[in-house]
Design a protein around this ligand. Sequence first.
Ligand code: NAD
Ligand code: DAU
Length: 333
Amino acid sequence: MKVLVTGGAGFIGSHYVRTLLEGGYEGYESAHVTVIDKLTYAGNRDNLPYSHPRLEFVQGDICDPRLVRELAPGHDAMVHFAAESHVDRSLESASEFVRTNVGGTQNLLDACLSAGVERVVHVSTDEVYGSIEKGSWTEEWPLAPNSPYAASKAASDLIARSYWRTHGLDLTITRCSNNYGPYQHPEKLIPLFVTNLLEGVPLPLYGDGLNIREWLHVDDHCRAIQLALTKGRAGEIYNIGGGNEQTNRGITDLLLDLVGADSSMIRRVADRKGHDLRYALDETKIREELGYAPRVPFAQGLADTVAWYQDNPGWWKAVKHRHAGAVAETAGV
Ligand code: NAD
Ligand code: DAU
C-alpha cells in the first residue's frame, strides 16, 4: 500500500501522516507514504518524522503538472489536504487560493486518472455551505461560500465530484468543521490566542466575539478521513463535525482560564469582512454509514493543546517569527 498525501507538512496533513506511520490506522501499519508539499509559510518539514523509512518527502507544488504526473504512478491512494487554508489571507488576496485550491486540485486529479490511482479522498470544509443561523447542514445543503477561501474550496469540491461523475474516479469528499490540536499554525484562533497569552500579548477578538464555530480535535478529523478512505462510497460527501459549538468569546474565556490570565488581555478589534456567524454540521451520514464517532472530549483536548504549546515554544516561536519576518520583508521593513 502506497499513499500519496498532499499538504502533508501542514497542520492536519502532518497529523494524518504521523498517525499513519505510527501504525494508528488498521490495515495501514506497513503503508508507505509520499508527501508532496510546497512548504509555503504554512508548511513545516519539522512537523514530520525526518528519516522515517516509510516516508518520502517531496517539496513541490501541486499546480506543477510535470511533477505531479511523475509522482502519482505507483500510488494506491491519494489523500488531498494541500490548500491555502486561512480565511483572513483570502480577504487580502485571493489569487493563490484559486490557483492552489482549484487549479492544484484539478491538476492532481488529472494525474491520478492517468496514473490509475485507485482511491482519492478530497479533504474539504464546512465553510462551503456558508453560514447558518439555526439547525445544521446536511450534505445535500446548497453551496453558498462567503469568503474567497470558502469559494475556492467549494469550486474544488465540484471539480472533484466531476472527476468521479465523468471519469469514474473512485473519489470521496469530506467536509469538516474547525480543527484544533498540536502543530496548528499560530495564525488561527486557538494557537494565536494561546501563543499570544504565553508571550503576554493581547488577544484580537473580532467584532462582538459571538460568532460560533464547531470545534473538533484534529485526531478525530484524521480518523474520519481514514474511514472515508477505507469505507466511504465513491461520489459521496461526508460531513465531519462533533457537535461542539462555541462562541469565539467562549473559547477565549476557556483559554484565559487554562493559561491563568484574565479578560483584561482581550482587545476587541474590527470584525472580519463578511464574517460568517455560525457553522454547524449534521453528521448523521458518517456516523450511520461509516461508524464514525469523535473520541476526544473537548475540555481534555483543549487542555492538552494548550499544554502542547506551553511545552513546545521552540516550534511556535520559529513559525511566528518566520511569518513576522516574511510580512516585514513584504512591507519593505
Ligand atoms: P495548513 O495551512 O496548515 O496546511 C496546508 C499545507 O498545504 C501546508 O503544508 C502548505 O505548505 C501546503 N500547500 C499549500 N499550497 C500548496 C501547493 N500549491 N502545493 C503543495 N502544497 C501546498 O492547512 P490545514 O489546516 O492543515 O488544512 C488542511 C486541509 O484541511 C485544507 O484543505 C483545508 O481546507 C481543510 N480543512 C481545514 C480545517 C481546519 O480547521 N484547519 C477544517 C476543515 C477542513
Ligand atoms: O470551519 C472550517 C474552517 O475553519 C477551515 O476550513 C479553515 O481552513 C480554518 O482556518 C477555519 O476557518 P475559521 O475562519 O473559522 O478559523 P479561524 O481560526 O481563522 O477563526 C475562527 C474564529 O475566530 C472566526 O470566527 C474568526 C475569529 N478570530 C480569528 C482570528 C484569527 C478572531 O476573533 N480573532 C482572530 O485573530
